[in-house]
Design a protein around this ligand. Structure first.
Ligand code: ZN
Length: 244
């Protein structure tokens, strides 16, 4: 039987009147929570400033420990986040704490965490150029720019599913082990990594590659990196620091 949509999961304290989990003097003393909370808000501002998200689009998350995930709320611009707006959920996407409701797309995030214990952070945005290619059902982008091959590898296209559903989360799972970035068909991007900074930077890189591909096609025909040189990039990808 399908699990209930995340938006139907009871939330213990998704109540505007509830005290914020973060930003109070008592909560500020909780070791290991305020730092990722402030980092998440900073990345929300960067993603909004770079127009990787519009309106209230996009969502961010990171593991706090083996059972808890810090994440962004639904219905709030990523450019306006404060630590008091963030939520704590478990690995079933059930809300544990927070005065706002967690993002409706957290089922996708926790699916990645459950499938890949090494992943510490997930970033989902709707970058204009990458999303344009997702609407065209085009992905890949290998052999275009060295940074793309080294840091992103081949970027697969995840078949379209309704955002926020268990089906969306399941559609992404086959790509988690062997990739760090995907395009969601007719939707946007997801990147993941060892921390929030890494996962976010991969989103910026993916959008940069997509922008160059878009521009190059407008002006002419893409000349790919010579095949005989691709092996060197593959070796660099294998040697790269895991936190880049
Ligand atoms: Zn989305």
């Amino acid at each position: 039987m399908p699990r209930p949509c995340v938006c139907q999961v009871p939330r213990a304290s998704a109540d505007p009147a509830a005290p914020p989990l973060f930003g109070t003097s008592a909560a500020d003393t909780i070791a290991g929570v305020m730092e990722p909370a402030e980092k998440m808000c900073e990345i929300g501002r960067r993603a909004y400033a770079r127009q990787l998200v519009a309106g209230t689009e996009g969502n961010l998350s990171c593991r706090l420990d083996a059972e808890r995930v810090l994440c962004t709320p639904t219905g709030l611009s990523k450019g306006l986040l404060t630590p008091a707006d963030l939520c704590l959920i478990d690995l079933e996407a059930r809300q544990l704490e927070g005065r706002r409701r967690c993002s409706t797309e957290m089922r996708m995030h926790v699916g990645i965490y459950r499938a890949a214990p090494h992943v510490q952070a997930v970033v989902h945005t709707h970058p204009p150029f990458a999303t344009t290619f997702s609407v065209l059902s085009e992905a890949g982008f290998a052999g275009v720019l060295p940074e793309g091959d080294i840091f992103l590898g081949t970027v697969p296209l995840v078949p379209y599913r309704t955002p926020g559903t268990a089906e969306m989360a399941e559609a992404l799972l086959p790509y988690v082990q062997d990739h760090v970035a995907v395009l969601l068909q007719n939707h946007g991007t997801v990147t993941w990594g060892n921390d929030l900074e890494t996962a976010y930077v991969l989103t910026e890189m993916l959008e940069a590659v997509c922008r160059v591909v878009y521009q190059a096609r407008l002006l002419g025909t893409i000349q790919p990196i010579p095949l005989e040189k691709r092996g060197e990039l593959a070796r660099l990808r294998e040697q790269r620091p895991t936190d880049v």
